[in-house]
Design a protein around this ligand. Structure first.
Ligand SMILES: [Ca+2]
Ligand SMILES: [Ca+2]
Length: 380
């Protein structure tokens, strides 16, 4: 086994791993995703995307990637995808397989390793089951894009309790992931070009001054959310960390479901003081100086029934879906290939502040969009 900490998901909970792993071990685990670029005895280790450029490596070869389809089995490493024969796995499993490549299919001949390093962040387990997605119809705003409310069944999954922090994103950068095309989609890699870090990465910022107001300088710590990441930068981090962006359905269920859907994470009544937005006066969010993010989890009331923090405010969050109307919509639309969805409100001024804090709210942007209101959450 090339992966000292290879973990089959069912054998340990994320919480167990978080509790029991000493920091050095956790670091080793985080680096496990990088291990497949190192030679493994008896098989050439090949990046999936390289199979398109160099289609006939000597067999057997060893590849790693995430399962994006189970029938046929397809592995994706963030920049390429191949079909696998002779093995089965579940959607989103991270696999390392050894086999023979014939130019279009890899037939597994060796063992199948499941390798998921512990997440860098605390993860919340959401059990399988159906929930009601979309606007309840009696909410203070009823955009057509949120209708109709409909039942969605989701298999169980894990989602970050917090938005991804600067400290976590720094690990990705320092491990070389930001500059490794293996973790980027081809569109993301061509967008990134020479960038070496997200915009507004410097700790000291003054977004009030840059917006033409009186200065309101503040310092972003490692506990503050990473800001101004494009969809591509969020996606690459998730690939490196062995997971993915939440789907809209995963995000919404975790943000509001309590047997019935809440309008806001804390309940049905709006309160600007419960979450980090432009009008609250919580000291963690700057008090009366409005132009700043807050360390994740600073607002105890911005908590969903499952325990997720900051789904109403702080950063709005990229989801992996294209922006498409719900089944049965009377105003159908389909922005597949154009707009990605974001969920939740954010810290900055927006005239739709109450509207955006609702769990059913959907906003959308092109994947390359960079703004200091946009962050993300990690799921697997
Ligand atoms: Ca605020
Ligand atoms: Ca948020």
């Amino acid at each position: 086994m090339p992966y000292p900490e290879a973990v089959r998901f069912a054998s340990a909970t994320e919480a167990d791993l978080q509790r029991e792993e000493p920091p050095v071990k956790k670091l080793l685990c985080a680096l496990a995703l990088l291990a497949f670029v190192l030679p493994v005895q008896g098989a050439y280790v090949v990046r999936i995307s390289d199979l398109q450029r160099s289609p006939t490596p000597p067999n057997p070869i060893r590849v790693a990637g995430r399962v994006t389809s189970t029938s046929p089995l397809k592995l994706n490493d963030g920049s390429g995808q191949i079909t696998i024969a002779g093995a089965t796995a579940s959607l989103s499993d991270f696999l390392v397989v050894t086999g023979n490549w014939n130019g279009s299919v890899l037939t597994v001949t060796g063992e199948v390793d499941y390798a998921l390093p512990p997440a860098l962040t605390e993860m919340v387990y959401i059990p399988a089951g159906a929930f009601l997605m979309g606007n309840r119809g009696n909410e203070p705003y009823k955009p057509a894009a949120e209708l109709p409310q409909h039942s969605v069944y989701l298999p169980d999954y894990w989602i970050g309790k917090h938005e991804v922090t600067r400290g976590e994103y720094r690990r990705f950068i320092e491990a070389g992931g930001y500059n490794n095309p293996a973790y980027w989609s081809s569109a993301g890699w061509s967008w990134k070009k020479t960038k070496t870090e997200p915009r507004y990465w410097a700790a000291d910022q003054d977004w009030a001054a840059s917006a033409g107001s009186s200065p309101q300088p503040f310092t972003q710590t490692d506990s503050h959310p990473v800001v101004a990441v494009s969809y591509y930068e969020a996606e690459a981090y998730c690939n490196w960390a062995g997971g993915h962006l939440p789907t809209e359905a995963q995000w919404e269920k975790a943000a509001r479901w309590d047997g019935t859907p809440r309008v806001f994470p804390w309940g049905d009544v709006y309160d600007a003081e419960k979450y980090n937005n432009y009008y609250d006066h919580n000291a963690a969010g700057g008090g009366y100086t409005r132009y700043q993010t807050a360390p994740v989890g600073s607002y105890p009331d911005d908590a969903s029934p499952y325990g997720l923090k900051d789904t109403a405010g702080n950063m709005r969050e990229w989801c992996q879906d294209w922006y498409v109307s719900y089944p049965g919509s009377t105003s159908p639309f389909d922005y597949t290939g154009t707009y990605r969805v974001l969920r939740g409100g954010h810290w900055a001024y927006d005239s739709g502040v109450i509207n955006m804090a609702r769990c059913a709210n959907r906003t959308n942007l092109v994947a390359s969009y960079v703004a200091y209101t946009c962050g993300f959450r990690f799921a697997r």
